[in-house]
Design a protein around this ligand. Sequence first.
Ligand code: ADP
Ligand code: 5GP
Length: 207
Amino acid sequence: MKEKGICMVISAPSGSGKSTLCRRLLAACPDMEFSVSFTSREPRPNEINGKDYHFISRENFQCRIERGEFVEWTENFGEFYGTSGKVLQDLLQSGKDLLLDIEPRGASQVKNQLQEVVLVFVLPPSLDELLRRLQRRGHETPEAIQKRFDRAESELKEVLWYDYAVINEDLDAAAKQLTAIYQAEKCRTNRLLGMIRRLYPTMKKEA
Ligand code: ADP
Ligand code: 5GP
């Protein structure tokens, strides 16, 4: 029987480089899969339905909330975002490791509902640099950029209840740290107990 997969949640103020880091992690770790959220927001250029998000209408999202389909959901910048509970549980049970790119309110709901979650918070090296990155990305209006920047300061405080913090100053270094966190989590004794017992069947249960 396969071990249950790791549920790794990553949060960061918008513009910190979280999506860039997630792409790096997924490219480096073939056992890990991106958890595709549902959202009511419009797709951005280059975003693919079913790969980046499941893009659905607000009405469709509301129906799914009423049916209790989401393990977590939130309204963020006026749009709905949520994670399907069934898809998440099915993938974890099948042994897949999952990466959830979700904001802190959703992360806290996942933490309360799943027994084991690995919570990682990505911080920009400074607020000035965060603003530069938001502007450089260039796919939002100045008003949308300002909204995201205004939210950042309060969102940064959420780092205090996460398991790990990665400061994304140098991209390569931050990507290595994120991969190291995942690899260390894969080596936790309690995750490997099944495999250890299979390798050493004579080992006493209480050992
Ligand atoms: P988020 O997903 O957190 O909103 P993105 O991954 O879209 O952020 O990154 C925002 C911008 O910052 C992008 O233009 C990205 O290329 C850039 N970026 C990401 N990490 C770094 C870094 N360490 N140094 C400089 N620029 C970065
Ligand atoms: P964006 O619109 O830039 O893709 O995402 C905005 C914010 O929504 C990001 O902080 C992202 O992590 C968060 N987000 C994306 N999907 C989900 C989700 O399913 N649930 C929650 N709670 N937040 C999400």
